[in-house]
Design a binder for this molecule. Structure first.
Ligand SMILES: Cc1ncc(COP(=O)(O)O)c(C=O)c1O
Length: 390
């Protein structure tokens, strides 16, 4: 048996061959520290960094490549944004669909930084109501931080609608696009997004260790770190100009190279084609699982405004045990538990049963993978049904 990888919501695997090949080739030929010196190799390496800023800015329809900053991943990027935008006395609004990459920085700001945080629930289908969110606006509201798509239930939030309401009130919108960048189109200007956080290793098809922010021109983010940038070294404090303002130390050149190659692969393949393929498989998976007695899906009634990820439970089987059976008996990789988004499970009432099993579909999954997964879950449910109850 060869592994059937259905944990693409955690990280995309495998990556396109182009990502591996370009990283290997570029790091061998250009593995020097960019932006520090004037020799040709250094300049060429810097050019790839700048080119990738431009490509990502175009991809998200951002305003300026200087405002595309690289960080380790979206968690790092969201920390830079939230700690740099909020201060004591401010009010922030977020939602119950968030990942801990948003919830925990906000919780820290609330506990230790004097920031007031409101958390808006989602509806029965898994969506946040923009009007309900807007009803929480106060004169002190500075930031709304929302997930573009949930890494648990896959619902794509009405970000443009939320953004319009924020724009009317001069409130900054920070969007966590960890699950959507490279999966579905994002236009930061049309969607009124002030700060977009992305991670390279999921649908952008790059490696781990690279992510960043796409920031609109008029947004100010304070520096919360300081260090070398290779530019104006005599200055005593960290640079104020973007992108250096939010970049610290030697950049992840190999990560940026992989991100560049991953993005080229997405543009060549077509976002629409990737989404159509994944959503076709998701529909097949959801239909198959729905037909199995004893299997419960969550927030999957309609698959409109969803990405290709779902969670389920099998009656009487702990999610962790179901995951082990999928792994050991069927060689299927999935994720179980709370998926770093505990409030989703709390609101669905499944936190006390340790969450659910998650299957995340990627561009390299096939119909055969989905059929095998449906068959495997069917076997687990049937075996459980045969166990006599006390
Ligand atoms: C919605 C969401 N936000 C944030 C993250 C954090 O991404 P990273 O671990 O790359 O920082 C993830 C990753 O699982 C995610 O799914």
């Amino acid at each position: 048996m060869s592994l059937i990888y259905l944990d693409n919501a955690a990280t995309a695997f495998p990556k396109p061959e182009e990502t591996y090949a370009f990283m290997d080739q570029f790091y061998r030929s250009h593995g020097v520290n960019p932006g520090r010196s004037g020799y040709d190799l250094c300049m060429e390496t810097g050019q790839l960094v700048d080119e990738t800023r431009k490509e990502l800015t175009r991809f998200f329809n951002g305003t300026s490549p200087d405002r595309l900053i690289f960080a380790y991943n979206s968690t790092d990027a969201l920390n830079l944004a939230l700690f740099g935008m909020l201060a004591s006395g401010d009010h922030a609004i977020t939602t119950a669909v968030e990942h801990n990459a948003v919830l925990r920085p906000l919780e820290h700001l609330a506990r230790f930084g004097g920031v007031e945080v409101d958390i808006v629930p989602f509806d029965a289908a898994g969506f946040v109501d923009p009007d309900e969110l807007a009803r929480r606006f106060k004169p002190t509201t500075k930031v709304v931080a929302v997930n573009h798509a949930s890494n648990v239930i896959g619902t794509v939030q009405p970000v443009a609608e939320i953004g319009r309401r924020c724009r009317e009130r001069g409130i900054r919108l920070v969007v966590d696009a960890s699950q959507t960048a490279g999966k579905i189109p994002i236009d930061v200007r049309a969607m009124h997004i002030d700060v977009l956080a992305f991670t390279g290793h999921k649908s952008l098809m790059g490696p781990t260790g690279i992510g960043g922010l796409c920031i609109q021109d008029d947004v100010v983010i304070r520096h919360t770190r300081a260090g070398g940038t290779g530019v104006r070294s005599a200055q005593r404090t960290h640079l104020d100009e973007y992108p250096w303002r939010l970049e610290y130390g030697t950049p992840n050149v190999m990560g940026i190279a992989g991100l560049h190659a991953g993005l080229s692969w997405i543009l060549k393949t077509g976002l629409g084609a990737i989404e159509a393929h994944e959503m076709r498989l998701l529909r097949r998976l959801a239909d198959g699982l729905r037909g199995i007695p004893g299997v419960t899906l969550y927030c999957q009634e309609s698959l409109a405004d969803h990405i290709a990820v779902l969670i389920f439970n099998v009656d009487g089987v702990e999610a962790g045990s179901a995951g082990t059976m999928l792994d050991v008996d069927h060689d299927i990789a999935c994720r179980t538990g709370l998926h770093c988004a505990p409030r989703v499970h709390e609101q669905l009432g499944i936190d006390k049963i340790h969450g659910a099993v998650r299957l995340g579909i990627g561009p390299f999954n096939t119909d055969a993978h989905i059929e095998t997964a449906i068959g495997a879950v069917g076997e687990i449910a049937a075996a459980r049904a045969r166990v006599p109850t006390a």
